[in-house]
Ligand binder design. Structure first.
Ligand SMILES: [Zn+2]
Ligand SMILES: [Zn+2]
Length: 433
């Protein structure tokens, strides 16, 4: 006889985790608030695939970024195509909008999404390799009003989920006209410190100078602390745009701090860039951000229309919200059939009550009434419907009101239809004192 070997347990992949019922119930509340806000601002939902051609992210996010260089889940599928699990959703939204003709030069589109993204980062507090984002994009608008509107929407959303200690920070990244001049200033500043920068930054110096400001190496941060900032080098239209956004936000009573150090780690941003930071999350305190990307749609083969959007990390938002702990729904009726003969009636009654909108739990197995009552107690059910031999014979089930600990069992007509049955149970529960 061979020994029985217990199979080894399989656990989740590092950085990938399960969202268990207590947490998912809270997420659902946050998502519901977000969806409500999106609706008020005339956004429509788009559901996107998890995987895209790798080229989409290389072309939009930029090949010199940490995301594309180090963090993407990229693989070659059996057909030989290079595929990547989406590290963010803006590129996908734009790709989908172009592919389905959602944007034309004279029509704006407002789209929101919610779902998992994938980046192979070092796992740390509130950061996972599969993480969730709620985000929105407006395509086809280049005016400062929409920038202000997006930031006001964010403020609404943060207020609505009672996010604690969050701040909105704003910057301008300039555009194709003024950024090259700024880049030259930055390049000479960095070149003077070349030897003290990390190998990556030395390489970025010529090819992608702005990215040096994004480096997370402490010595690079220190060296670049006094570097010139782009807001000091904006062209007149970019400066006007930023001034308008700030004036509009002021007028709307939304407080935003100017932070010239915001660079955003993606190539496609221009002009307005913003971040949401929260207290108590350590050095990586951003919970979301976004900005304007006026060249992206055209760069991905679409019409020359502007765009702006944002994304918030759901895990990190949940960490700073005081949204009420979601109450898991409570079982209304626990059905306790005693013995095999009662199972069919139990199932029929459960189906009737569920059709009438009640949350029902149906016990099975051959257990004593005492064991069933203990089980019912654990579910927090208000009513227990007992179906034993006597009940089957008479066609009248016995109801026990768990809240009032009713000593005198009351009975209901087992042959009644769902609504009637539910009404009988509720009525009995209400009067059994
Ligand atoms: Zn560096
Ligand atoms: Zn400019």
């Amino acid at each position: 006889m061979t020994a029985v070997v217990k199979p080894a347990q399989i656990v989740a992949v590092k950085g990938f985790r399960d969202v268990l019922p207590d947490e998912s119930a809270r997420w659902r509340l946050i998502e519901a608030e977000a969806f409500e806000i999106f609706s008020r601002y005339s956004f429509e939902e788009i559901r996107l695939p998890m995987a895209e051609k790798t080229e989409l992210f290389a072309r939009s996010i930029g090949t010199e970024t940490d995301i594309v260089e180090k963090e993407m889940y990229t693989f070659t599928d059996r057909g030989g195509t290079s595929i990547t699990l989406r590290p963010e959703a803006t590129a996908s939204v734009v790709r989908a909008a172009i592919e389905h003709g959602l944007i034309t030069a004279d029509r704006e589109r407002r789209l929101f999404y919610c779902g998992p993204m994938f980046r192979r980062e070092r796992p740390q507090k509130g950061r996972f390799r599969q993480f969730y984002q709620i985000g929105a994009e407006v395509l086809g608008r280049d005016d400062p009003v929409v920038d202000a509107e997006i930031i006001i929407l964010l403020r609404d959303l943060l207020d609505r989920v009672a996010a604690r200690g969050v701040r909105l920070e704003l910057n301008s990244l300039g555009d194709g006209r003024c950024r090259p001049t700024y880049r030259e200033h930055l390049r000479s500043f960095a070149a003077a410190r070349r030897e003290r920068l990390c190998a990556n930054c030395q390489r970025r110096l010529e090819r992608n100078t702005l990215r040096i400001l994004d480096c997370k190496e402490p010595q690079c941060r220190e060296e670049m602390a006094g570097a010139p900032v782009v807001v000091d080098h904006l062209c007149v239209p970019c400066a006007d745009h930023l001034a308008s956004v700030r004036r509009l936000l002021d007028g709307a009573g939304v407080s935003v701090d100017l932070n010239p150090r915001i660079v955003r780690g993606l190539d496609y941003y221009c002009r307005t860039a913003f971040e949401i930071t929260a207290e108590g999350l350590g050095s990586q305190n951003a919970i979301g951000g976004g900005g304007r990307y006026d060249e992206l749609v055209a760069a991905l083969g679409g019409p020359p229309v502007a765009g702006i959007g944002f994304a918030i990390g759901l895990e990190r938002l949940a960490m700073v919200t005081e949204a009420p702990t979601a109450e898991l729904p409570r079982t209304a009726v626990f059905i306790a059939p005693l013995g095999d003969e009662a199972w069919a009636t139990g199932l029929a009654v459960a189906t009737e009550l569920r059709a009438a909108g009640r949350r029902v739990e149906l016990a099975a197995g051959r257990r004593s009434l005492r064991a069933l009552m203990r089980q019912a107690d654990r579910t927090g059910a208000r009513h227990v419907l007992i179906i034993g031999v006597d009940e089957l014979t008479s066609g009248r089930g016995t109801v026990r009101d768990m809240e009032r600990k009713a000593d005198h069992p009351l009975s209901v007509d087992l042959g009644a239809t769902g609504g009637e049955l539910a009404a009988q149970i509720t009525r009995l529960g209400g009067t059994a004192t």
